[in-house]
Design a protein around this ligand. Structure first.
Ligand SMILES: NC(=O)c1ccc[n+]([C@@H]2O[C@H](COP(=O)([O-])OP(=O)(O)OC[C@H]3O[C@@H](n4cnc5c(N)ncnc54)[C@H](O)[C@@H]3O)[C@@H](O)[C@H]2O)c1
Length: 355
């Protein structure tokens, strides 16, 4: 029987990733598309008339419907906790976009509630379903890297502060800036490739430099991601636009730099895995090149990259059908949330933190 789903939040990630995936799945019904802004939910029904059954603006109507099996929480970060907790308490399985929520303590509460209710709670760690990431995870398990002793990653962009003055740059609503928005993907996929890690200690510095004066922020010609949510006139920008950190774990150590914006006209989005037998550079969202330390040959394997969101959504539905927790389950993502939380704490205190 088809699983019955309610989608809460019909913004960019819903429009660009999940609805296109849903439209390719024949084992689900989207009984409700919900958004506070009715037109956004209506736009999904207009685009997918055979898929979307009802348009609503209050998600509680979907929670009250006994037929609904699962809820997709695709809202801004600040609403992840409330909507997810309400949905779990209403007896629904939940898929919640990344980051879990704005801090680690609330993330743990969400995990506990899922356990208490006996429901599946998956997090949108889409990169765990990216073909390149899956291949590197396999390479590591097969010993191709030998010991990975260090991972370096860069998530730096020239001009990419999203929705300046809107929910992305207001710490109360987002939980942070470039680290929680982009870094979460990079650090989570590293944890995944390494087969899970335990953090030992870390240090981090966070900067808010590029749009201290929001009105003077210069992005003309380079666009602003999520510009429709920007509020330069009245909004807040109190989050990191540049971040730098060093993390020691029980496996590899990790160093990273991230920038939503910088006065260096480069976009550097990659991860380097340093192994004693082999190493790899993964271009974020793309392919990797593996270098064998013995032959000194570098190879970029040929493969297709299937839609990671479709794989992620299929995996969630399979998980609610079978009751078997998978790699997107919140239990496997909590260490990433802990990492983000401790990195921000280190940056705030200007000191190293031991766990
Ligand atoms: N996995 C990824 O690659 C990826 C990429 C982009 C964004 N995201 C995450 O997805 C989430 C949404 O980001 P976005 O860019 O789509 O934001 P967005 O602002 O475009 O969309 C969010 C939508 O949620 C709606 N909304 C807010 N509160 C609601 C409520 N209580 N009930 C119903 N609707 C509500 C808003 O009106 C808005 O339309 C964020 O948490 C973000 O971090 C993930």
């Amino acid at each position: 029987m088809k699983k019955v789903i309610a989608v809460v939040g019909c913004g960019r990630i819903a429009q660009n990733a999940h609805f296109p995936a849903f439209s390719q799945m024949d084992n689900i019904r989207i009984k409700y598309a919900c958004d506070l802004v009715e037109d956004k939910a209506k736009a999904m029904k207009d685009k997918y008339p055979d898929l979307v059954e009802n348009v609503i603006t209050d998600y509680k109507a979907a929670l009250a419907d006994k037929e609904v099996d699962a809820v997709y929480v695709l809202t801004p970060n600040y609403a992840h906790y409330t909507v997810t907790m309400d949905a779990l308490k209403a007896g629904k399985h939940v898929f919640c976009e990344k980051p879990i929520t704005v801090n680690y303590a609330l993330s743990c509460e969400m995990a506990k509630e899922a356990e208490k209710q006996g429901k599946i709670l998956n997090i949108g760690v889409c990169n765990r379903y990216h073909k390149s990431v899956e291949m590197l995870e396999q390479y590591y398990r097969e010993g191709k890297f030998g010991k990975i002793y260090h991972v370096y990653c860069s998530f730096r962009n020239f001009r990419c502060i999203p929705g300046l003055g809107g929910p992305f740059t207001d710490k109360k609503q987002s939980g942070g800036g470039v680290l929680i928005d982009w870094g979460v993907h990079f650090l989570d996929l590293i944890f995944y490739i390494l087969g899970g890690v335990k953090i030992k200690n870390l240090t981090c510095d966070a900067y808010n430099e590029m749009a201290k004066d929001m009105k003077a922020y210069n992005y003309t010609g380079y666009g602003m991601w999520a510009e429709d949510t920007a509020d330069i006139e009245h909004g807040v920008n109190d989050v990191d636009d540049f971040i730098s950190g060093y993390v020691r774990t029980d496996k590899a150590n990790i160093s990273f730099n991230g920038a939503w914006a910088q006065n260096v006209k480069e976009n550097d989005m990659y991860i380097d895995f340093m192994g004693d037998k082999g190493g790899a550079r993964l271009i974020y969202g793309g392919k990797f090149t593996f270098t064998d330390g013995k032959t000194l040959e570098s190879v970029t394997p040929e493969y297709d990259i299937p839609d990671m969101y479709l794989k992620e959504d299929n995996a969630f539905v399979e998980s609610i059908e079978t009751g078997v927790k998978n790699k997107g389950n919140i239990e496997n993502v909590l260490e990433t949330a802990l990492l983000l939380d401790r990195l921000y704490a280190s940056a705030e205190k200007h000191e190293e933190i031991k766990l």
